[in-house]
Design a protein around this ligand. Structure first.
Ligand code: FBP
Length: 252
């Protein structure tokens, strides 16, 4: 098992995700949050213990990310939202490159259920082996997608995503929350009741009250933390909101 202390504090994870420029495109942004410097400032002032970006931002904003002292998590694969059909997320950055850019951990997406699932599983295995040989934790984004998941319940899919993370030996699993704390408790059990840390994605922007309620429920259910993006950097006051989330996660 690799050491997670570089990206966790007191066993908790509090990450700011900013790979949506690739995954969704600039339509997610406004004049303020289109600028990576604005995000780095939130990560620093909000005292996140991880900033998740693709290699391009890690490279072009290397100086500022380093100066912020926020641990860097590089997402190694990705795709745009423009291609339709069964999703596949190709590798865009190697573990070696991530290490050179100063990453403390790497992230990798697997779309379970996609017709291309096996290719992503195979790449994940290589990434895991390389990362572990360098003592670097691997966070698996496990998202059920594709035609084959139609008709399956959200509870079933969320627990399956969590279990896949345990089975493939991810150090941490990032999944989407279906909004039901009971289902999340089951997913946490499926992931070995804490043997693999579970972090939850924020999702598209919702009103702050609901967002905070979800974070409370998520932490109460036993998740290790959150990796949030849009709900924070689209907020009118991202630092204030970050402080609220921090308080729920760290209870201080
Ligand atoms: P958000 O908190 O903004 O949802 O970010 C979490 C995340 O996993 C990002 O890392 C990623 O860009 C995005 O969601 C992918 O979302 P989707 O696959 O649903 O388009």
């Amino acid at each position: 098992m690799v050491n997670l202390s570089g990206i966790m504090k007191e066993g908790k994870a509090f990450y700011l995700a900013y790979d949506q420029g690739l995954e969704h495109g600039p339509e997610e942004f406004n004049d303020r949050n289109v600028d990576p410097l604005f995000i780095i400032k939130i990560a620093k002032e909000g005292r996140y213990n991880g900033l998740i970006v693709q290699k391009g931002i890690a490279d072009k904003y290397h100086r500022e990310i380093k100066a912020s002292k926020v641990p860097l998590i590089i997402k190694l694969n990705g795709k745009t939202a423009l291609v339709k059909g069964e999703p596949i997320s190709p590798l865009l950055c190697t573990v070696d490159e991530a290490v050179k850019l100063g990453a403390r951990a790497v992230g990798y997406t697997i779309y379970i259920g996609s017709a291309h699932e096996s290719l992503m599983m195979k790449d994940f295995e290589k990434v895991l082996r390389e990362a572990h040989s360098k003592g670097l934790p691997v966070i698996a984004w496990v998202y059920p997608r594709g035609k084959s998941i139609k008709g399956k319940s959200e509870r079933e899919l969320m627990a399956y995503a969590a279990r896949v993370g345990l089975e493939i030996d991810a150090d941490m699993i990032k999944i989407k929350y279906d909004g039901n704390p009971k289902d999340l408790k089951w997913a946490i059990k499926a992931a070995g009741s804490g043997r693999v840390k579970l972090v939850i994605a924020g999702g598209s922007k919702v009103n702050e009250e609901l967002f905070i309620k979800n974070i409370r429920d998520i932490i109460k259910a036993g998740a290790a933390g959150v990796a949030v993006g849009r709900n924070v950097w689209k907020s009118d006051n991202p630092i204030k909101l970050s402080k609220k989330i921090r308080k729920i996660i760290f209870k201080k």
